[in-house]
Ligand binder design. Structure first.
Ligand SMILES: Nc1ncnc2c1ncn2[C@@H]1O[C@H](COP(=O)(O)OP(=O)(O)OP(=O)(O)O)[C@@H](O)[C@H]1O
Ligand SMILES: [Mg+2]
Length: 445
């Protein structure tokens, strides 16, 4: 699967993101290169096996994954065996937790950090749910809070405030099962908005405070970054397909035509449409096409998009973090290509809004240019980050315990919530900071 370089073992390694979405399956092939990540190819196939971000038909999903992976293999000229798969849906929940640990040697090491995060995840989780991610928000060393990276700091007591993301085990297992039925190993199952944010956000935006809103076909996913950490995430079960349904019902036209009309002539803000603009609406059941004002189309679309952004605003308000989003909102996901969506979002959310395209990769970037590829590219970035972190842990053997439980590991162990962590030793586990790899990780992420 990979060609190894002697100096940096992961150089040349292939990392594949598998975005199993409500409208399409998209496999993105990346390679770890001197430049960071080089995109080698992509395979994209429509998928009808999901409802609102959750696998509802295994056979249909498996077929789409197979086709998408084959297309990606063909384009990239590589064989795909392992993927980082995305998961979404309204079964996802996030809650805050914290942990405390003694600083073993008077100076915080990677092992101390892993131990405190381990403590933060030790909360009761329903039997049918599993922890997907433990996302550090901030660390506290003795009485000093608001610390992003405590490694190397002096103190006696390390605290961590984290966001725990949990998911319904059955939904995660279905994603893994679909991939495995295609002969693929799942390296990790990743929350989709987390992946999308990796692809579209700058470090500055994460630091200043921003919300990523990924509007796909079936769901609208949110993730809030404050002070560089993830402060909240949630999934709203409404997306671009609801707009299509409204158009099909409102204009009495087939679904495929409604989707085409939305993409070509749709607008989320009625006042952006001139009165004299007209569209042709194909009829259903042999009825003749008819002409109607484009304003009629936008009058159908606007309330639905408004509903989505009002729900987003409500979730942000409920999180109590509206005032902290100084960098505003970044819209991504295929549905934000709808004309006027950024303008309407700005009005409803009352903050600056931009459209987020995948960035920070090189190679065949035209293949992944568009907000609909944010999740796929983000999964590759996440995977690369995991590989490099594991490598830096291996370079520091005393602290090579796994911080994150992989969903794939859970699958192999019969669904129990276990991780791959060994006993923390408390010895200094930080990799040599001078190493080229370490510098690369810091620069890239
Ligand atoms: N140019 C466009 N204008 C308006 N809507 C568009 C455009 N292009 C795509 N869409 C809509 O974007 C949606 C698909 O977006 P995306 O590919 O991000 O979804 P997905 O990942 O399959 O779904 P989800 O993330 O909800 O599971 C569809 O509803 C589609 O109609
Ligand atoms: Mg999606």
């Amino acid at each position: 699967m990979s060609t190894h370089s002697a100096s940096t073992p992961s150089l040349g390694e292939i990392v594949v993101g598998l975005d199993i979405g409500t409208t399409k399956v998209c496999a993105v092939v990346g390679q770890i290169s001197e430049e960071g990540i080089t995109i080698l190819g992509k395979g994209e196939v429509p998928c009808r096996g999901l409802r609102k971000g959750i696998v509802s038909n295994i056979d249909w999903t498996v077929r789409s994954i197979k086709e998408a992976v084959e297309a990606a293999e063909m384009m990239a000229g590589v064989e795909i065996r392992t993927v980082y798969a995305g998961v979404a849906g309204s079964h996802i929940r996030s809650q805050q937790s914290d942990g405390v640990a003694a600083i073993a040697g008077g100076e915080v090491t990677r092992a101390d950090v892993e131990r405190v995060l381990e403590g933060a995840r030790a909360i009761p989780v329903d039997a049918d749910r599993q922890i997907l991610h433990v996302l550090p928000r901030e660390f506290v060393v003795d009485s000093q809070d608001g610390i992003r990276d405590p490694i190397g700091m002096s103190g006696v007591r390390l605290g961590a405030k984290v966001n725990l993301v949990t998911a319904a085990t059955s939904c995660v297992q279905n994603v893994i099962r679909c991939a495995e039925r295609c002969g693929l190993a799942v390296a990790d199952v990743v929350l989709e908005p987390l992946a999308s944010a990796e692809a579209v956000l700058s470090d500055d935006e994460k630091e200043i405070g921003t919300v990523v809103i990924d509007i796909g076909g079936g769901t609208t996913d949110l993730i809030l970054y404050i002070d560089g950490g993830i402060a909240h995430t949630s999934v709203i079960p409404v997306g671009g397909n609801n707009i299509t349904n409204d158009i099909a019902a409102g204009l009495r036209t087939p679904m495929a035509e409604a989707d085409r009309l939305k993409r070509l002539s749709g607008c989320a803000l009625g006042r952006m449409v001139r009165d004299d603009e007209e569209i042709e609406v194909p009829g259903v059941g042999g009825h003749q096409p008819r002409r109607c004002s484009r304003r009629v189309l936008s009058d159908i679309i606007e309330p639905r998009v408004e509903e989505i952004f009002c729900a987003v605003r409500k979730r942000i308000e409920d999180s109590g973090m509206l005032e902290q989003l100084s960098a505003g909102a970044v819209l991504t996901g295929g549905a934000v290509l709808l004309e006027g969506s950024a303008e309407l979002a700005e009005e409803i959310l009352g903050m600056p809004v931009r459209i987020g395209m995948p960035t920070g990769v090189s190679g065949i970037t035209q293949a992944i240019h568009g907000p609909g590829y944010a999740t796929g590219v983000g999964l590759v970035k996440y995977g690369v980050q995991q590989i490099l972190e594991a490598q830096s842990r291996a370079a520091a053997p005393a602290a090579h315990s796994m911080m994150r439980m992989t969903a794939a590991a859970v699958s192999k162990r019969g669904g129990a919530v276990v991780d791959e962590r060994g006993q923390a030793t408390g010895t200094d586990g930080e990799p040599p900071k001078s190493s080229r790899l370490w510098e690369w990780i810091k620069a890239a992420f």
